[in-house]
Design a protein around this ligand. Structure first.
Ligand SMILES: [Cu+2]
Length: 348
């Protein structure tokens, strides 16, 4: 019933608008078409002029309304550089936007249709072409150069002392591996992936895997002030390691290793004070729509002091121990030749 009323109402509104249009058409004929056209033109020109400040006010209100969604201060050095780049770009494009839009709306008003005015044919001007090509080109080149400098910084070689952490995306969570006491990550083989007891496909024939740690609860722990290098991969489809609080993201592509490095500068505890939010956590988001559980691909980063990190690290069992509750010595596994495994798989 309510649907019927709604449709009737819509039809009624259309009929009313149609009748008003018809009536104003008759009025135009009676009062002289030209006069009416002139009035309509003037009204539209005035409305357009009003649209500009009204639009700007709307933009401002949107920012005020959504200000709680803004990110807090960047939590690493490259994040600060990124914010500066963002601000410079916003200011430069903002000035251009304001100037061009102000002129656009003003010209619509100033050059509204008028009986006495005829159009002016302007074919070409080399000087103008040169000006409006060169100035934006120089501005864009400068902005791109700043962007490239930042890009090369985060993707370049990390400092030697960096903590190396592997992060692998899968539908639908992040797997985070630390190299363990030997500081070397063992080999992985996608054919050995097994959700029951080998989520990353660690090759147990490689002794360097024996002490590797896969962080529990998808929680990445890093030390404040110490460089972190992420080795990024994917187990299935393309994901993307999104670190909004560090202003960074990098694709996680199956079969291709990507990297990122940064120096966290604010601990999780300090950030709780800065944001006045006792529940604040640094998030790892998936920035690539990767399937139906994409929204739930949330990991967390704990930025802490060296002492807190060491304590946490000491509490983490090796993945080998977790995956093999009655641990056979890794050395025995090692003695099984890797070639045999490959053969067994290819024979299947
Ligand atoms: Cu994903």
């Amino acid at each position: 019933m309510s649907g019927f009323i709604l449709i009737s109402l819509i039809i009624l509104v259309f009929v009313v608008i149609y009748q008003i249009a018809k009536a104003s058409e008759y009025a135009a004929v009676l009062r002289g078409e030209k006069k009416i056209n002139g009035q309509v033109n003037r009204a539209i020109a005035l409305l357009l002029l009003a649209m500009f400040p009204l639009g700007l006010w709307g933009l401002w209100e949107c920012h005020v309304y959504f200000k709680d969604m803004m990110l807090p201060v960047a939590a690493c050095k490259t994040g600060v550089a990124y914010d500066q780049m963002f601000n410079v770009t916003t200011i430069v494009t903002g000035i251009v936007f304001l100037l061009t839009q102000a002129v656009l709306f003003w010209f619509c008003f100033k050059y509204q249709s008028n009986e006495k005015r005829s159009s002016f044919f302007f074919a070409h001007s080399n000087k103008l072409e040169l000006i409006w090509t060169t100035i934006p080109a120089i501005a864009m080149a400068i902005l791109v150069a700043i962007g490239l400098k930042n890009w090369y910084t985060v993707t370049s070689d990390a400092p030697q002392e960096a903590t190396v952490i592997e992060i692998v995306g899968k539908q639908f969570n992040w797997l985070i591996r630390y190299p363990g006491k030997d500081n070397i990550m063992g080999k992985r083989d996608f054919r050995k992936i097994n959700d029951a007891n080998n989520v990353l496909g660690l090759d147990w024939a490689d002794p360097r895997n024996a002490d590797d740690i896969i962080a529990q609860n998808g929680e990445m722990h890093v030390v404040v002030g110490k460089p972190v290098k992420l080795i990024i991969g994917s187990r299935d489809v393309i994901h993307d390691v999104g670190l909004p609080h560090f202003r960074m993201k990098m694709d996680a592509v199956p079969g291709i290793t990507t990297t990122l490095w940064f120096i966290p500068t604010i601990t999780s505890d300090s950030m709780k004070l800065i944001t006045k939010n006792p529940n604040f956590v640094y998030e790892i988001a998936c920035d690539q729509l990767c399937g139906k559980g994409h929204y739930a691909m949330r990991g967390t980063i704990i930025v802490e002091t060296q002492a807190q990190y060491d304590k946490w690290m000491a509490s983490q069992p090796s993945y080998y121990a977790t995956a093999n509750p009655a641990p056979a010595a890794p050395a025995e596994e090692k003695s099984a030749p890797a070639a045999d495994t490959t053969k067994a798989i290819s024979m299947k």
